[in-house]
Design a protein around this ligand. Structure first.
Ligand code: DON
Length: 594
């Protein structure tokens, strides 16, 4: 995509604005005028509780950042043994399935964006698929309402893709033996210490998990979460992982584990059959490529909406050069107007490219982005026609991990079982949770899903179809074409906007990576037509000014869990978001305590 012409926003502050200058700028704008825009005062910016809280690591021979420090340590150990980024990614993927059961998985799916130090960038789609027996209206009751079965219980599960995906990436790029990469996860499954974050998370999920005996048996002690510091042993999972270690995907999609999955489906009225499991295959796809202020960004193509929507947001915002200062009402206004338009297209146009025509060229066209920008009123919010909306879920789980090895190969992987602990069903005897990814389809086109996303016919359920995703594993190159940043996050639709923030905070606002990850985020997803912001993340007068411009402002909890790596002159900086207890680890220098 080519660079757009700069449009009319008249910045009052230079891009490298120092917070020391802000009081002066505020004085300058105190007389009002059409572009008056409160900015976060330094005291307020400093008060954001996450500043200084990220867990970081530095290294020269590689870096792993993931949603759990134990999994990052596993990846760093693989790098230390001479494994490459894909070897480490595979080992981290399996380790997360053990230590982060809320999101890490073998019962879900995900995406890889991989940039080898030499050769082409590729994307691997190992997203779940609807079982062959799925139907368009399978989650509608007699009155046409979407039932709870779309999020909890057996029917909510799509055919898992993770094991096939990890196998495919290893087959293409891995160098260490497969079994060596599964081994650390098997060891962790025999017993690992539950930390405070995970104990709290299990306590929150206990009511859902208690509905299914195998889940209660695996994750709860007398119906309660295991206490921090206690040992969690998952013997059935260890056996399943051993089968995968010895037989590869045949140990999951066939044999005893497949029998257990199908038996579980029959027990709970689910749809996945042996045929669904045997026929599952991941797909290599060309990545989305975005040019942004001289940088090149590679991200995930459909069936993820992540890369296209991120690209459209960046292509629109690139027209304001520089962007208004971080924390200002002017910036949040432009971001929200842009996100609204980009999500409107995302929600209505994107779906599984093997089933529907996705107008990819529209998302990637600079002319189209220019047209959207021209529609943005810099003074007023431009509302969308109202539709039925529901309050989106605030805290659900997915997880991202970023890996760079000593040769400069970079892997960006986001994986999910959708909601925290997926559909809450543990496959009896096999020890792993299944996803509730069927809710990522538009179970009733035009009506909101659990994330409040209102999507169209392109994402209606069909047998064998992949459900639309927001996952946005991304890799950024600097203007010289060198690896600069590896980034991704969980967070449902906020994934796209959180990845945007992380990238823009570094490129546009000159932040260090830890500050870029810690900084407060805003999100707009078209419907509901409102700006979500992290509570206390915007100054009070900024919120008031945005309301004055016609925005509906909704403060809510923390958003996302970015796992990012920045290539610096002196080496690699790994940053784990403080929001959910992730960890960064380097082979040569383990990160701070996690
Ligand atoms: O693929 C998607 O877009 C969703 N299944 C992701 C869910 C998610 O990130 C929940 N996490 N916080």
């Amino acid at each position: 995509m080519s660079r757009p012409a700069t449009t009319a926003w008249r910045p009052r502050a230079p891009r490298t604005v120092s917070w020391l200058l802000v009081p002066l700028l505020l004085l300058g704008s105190a007389c009002g005028g059409p572009m008056s825009s409160p900015e976060a005062a330094p005291e307020e910016a400093g008060a954001w509780s996450l500043y200084g809280a990220a867990q970081t690591a530095r290294g020269e021979d590689g870096m792993v950042v993931s949603g759990h420090g134990l999994a990052s340590d596993v990846g760093a150990a693989i790098l230390a043994r001479g494994g490459n980024a894909v070897d480490a990614a595979v080992a981290v993927g399996f380790a997360l399935a053990v230590v982060l059961p809320a999101a890490g998985n073998i019962g879900g799916g995900g995406f890889l964006v991989y940039r080898p130090s030499e050769g082409e960038v590729r994307a691997l789609d190992f997203r779940e698929k609807a079982p062959a027996a799925a139907t368009r209206d399978m989650f509608l009751d007699g009155e046409g309402k979407v039932t709870e079965a779309v999020v909890i219980g057996h029917l909510a599960a799509g055919v898992p893709g993770s094991v096939a995906g990890l196998w495919a990436m290893h087959g293409e790029y891995g160098t260490l033996p497969w079994a060596d990469l599964v081994a650390p996860a098997i060891e962790l499954a025999h017993g690992h210490e539950v930390d405070e974050v995970r104990s709290r998370s299990l306590a929150g999920a206990a009511p859902r998990l208690s509905r299914f005996p195998a889940s209660a048996a695996q994750f709860l002690v007398d119906g309660e979460a295991p206490a921090p510091g206690s040992l969690l042993a998952q013997p059935d999972l260890a056996v399943t992982l051993t089968a995968i270690s010895e037989q590869g995907p045949d140990g999951f999609y066939g044999g005893a584990v497949a029998d257990l999955i199908v038996a579980e489906m029959e027990r709970g009225g689910g749809l996945i059959t042996h045929q669904d499991l045997e026929s599952y295959a991941p797909v290599w796809r060309g990545p989305v490529e975005v040019e942004y202020r001289g940088h090149r960004i590679y991200s995930m193509p459909p069936v993820s909406s992540g890369g296209l929507t991120l690209g459209l947001i960046l292509n629109v915002l690139e027209g304001w050069d520089p962007l208004p200062p971080f924390g200002s009402a002017d910036l949040v206004h432009l971001e929200a107007e842009t996100m609204r338009l980009a999500f409107r297209d995302r929600n209505t146009l994107v779906g599984d490219p093997d089933f529907v025509d996705v107008p990819r060229e529209q998302f990637e066209s600079q002319d189209y982005a220019d047209g959207l920008r021209a529609r943005i009123d810099q003074e007023r919010a431009t509302p969308l026609p109202p539709v039925e909306v529901a309050p989106p879920a605030e805290s659900t789980e997915t997880t991202h991990y970023s890996v760079v090895d000593r040769w400069g190969n970079a892997a960006s992987v986001t994986t999910t079982i959708n909601s925290g602990y997926g559909n809450a069903v543990t496959v009896t005897g096999a020890g792993f949770l299944l996803n509730n990814e069927m809710d990522d389809f538009a179970a009733s086109p035009g009506r909101p899903n659990q994330f409040g996303l209102v999507e169209g016919e392109n994402n209606a359920i069909a047998p064998g179809k992949r459900m639309l995703s927001s996952m946005t594993p991304s890799i950024v190159l600097d203007p010289e074409g060198r690896l600069m940043m590896v980034v991704g996050t969980p967070g449902g639709p906020t994934i796209i906007t959180s990845v945007y923030h992380a990238i823009s905070n570094v490129i546009d606002h000159g932040m260090t990576l830890d500050r870029a990850v810690e900084s407060p985020r805003v999100h707009h997803q078209a419907w509901p037509d409102q700006i979500f912001y992290e509570e206390a993340g915007l100054a009070g007068d900024v919120v008031e000014e945005l309301e004055r411009r016609g925005h509906r402002m909704v403060g809510r909890g923390l958003s996302g869990d970015v796992a990012a790596i920045l290539v610096e002159e002196s080496g690699l900086l790994g940053v784990a978001d403080p929001r959910r207890g992730g960890g960064a680890s380097a082979p040569d220098s383990p990160g701070d305590a996690h």
